[in-house]
Design a protein around this ligand. Sequence first.
Ligand code: CAA
Length: 258
Amino acid sequence: MAYETLIVEQHGAVTLVTLNRPKALNALNAQVLADLEAAFAAFEADAGQGCLVLTGSEKAFAAGADIKEMQPQGFAEMYGPDKFAGYDRMLRATSKPWIAAVSGYALGGGCELAMMADYILAADTAKFGQPEITLGTAPGMGGSQRLTRAVGKAKAMQMCLTGRMMGAEEAERAGLVAEIVPAAKLIETALAQAATIAGLGPLAVKANKELVNAAFETSLSEGVRFERRMFFGLAASQDKQEGMAAFIEKRKPSWTGK
Ligand code: CAA
C-alpha cells in the first residue's frame, strides 16, 4: 500500500516506516497521523511481521506537530475531533514491538512520537525537546507525562519550561534513549535489533512488552503479581517448552507462536 507521507518497506520480518515530509522536517499533520494509523494496523495484522522501525530523515525524525496546521485551530477544532487521539488508538492497537530510530530533531510532537515507541535508538546527532512553551502552548501528545517518566521531574520540568533541547549523550545518560549509534549506522543497527526481536517467540515478545509497559500503569506489588501470572501463563505455551528443551539439548529453538 502507498502512503502520502510515509515510505513503508518490509525487510524480512521487519517493517521499516520512514516519515516522508522532508520540506516540513516531517512535521506531524493530520495526514501523517492517518497514514501512521493505517501502517501500524497493517503491521499488526501481518503475522509475517514481528517488529517495526519508525524513522525520519537524517536532519529530522520529526520537528513537531504541524504548526501551520494548528495555528488557525481553536478549542472546537481540536476538542471536537479529539486531535491526536489517533496516536492513543495506534498504540493500543499495536501489541508487537516497535523502535524509534531518531536522527536529528525530535521536537514537540516528534519527541512525543519517539517516546511512544517501545524504545528509542538515537543517532549521535539526535536532539530532543519539548519547545511548545515557546509557541505559547504546551505538549499535547503525551510529552509532559512520558518525558517525566523517562528522565524524572527535574529535567522534564526544565525542558518543558525553557524549551531547551537535549543532545543524544545527555538523553542516554538521562534514560530517554536505549543506545546511541553513529548516524551512518542508525538504520542498519535498528533493523538488526528489530530482526533479533522478530526472530524470537512471538508470545514471549508480546508478553515482555506488555509486562514492561505495565510498570507504568500499576503499583509495584500489583506489577510483580501480574508478572508472575504472565510467567505462569507462558509455561503453558509450546514455545516455552521448546525454548527450554532447546537450551538443554544445545540446539537452536524453533518457535511456533503457540
Ligand atoms: N510544523 C510545521 N512546519 C515546520 C515545523 C513544524 N513543527 N518545523 C519546521 N517546519 C518547516 C519550516 O516552517 C520550514 O518551512 P518553510 O521552508 O516553508 O519555511 C521548513 O520546515 C524547514 O524548517 P526551518 O527553516 O525552520 O529549518 P531550520 O534548520 O532553520 O530549523 C528547527 C530547524 C530548529 C527544527 C525549526 O524548524 C523549528 O524550530 N521547528 C519547530 C519546532 C517546534 O516548535 N516543534 C513543536 C511543535 S508544537 C507541537 O509539537 C505540539 C504537540 O506537543 C503536539
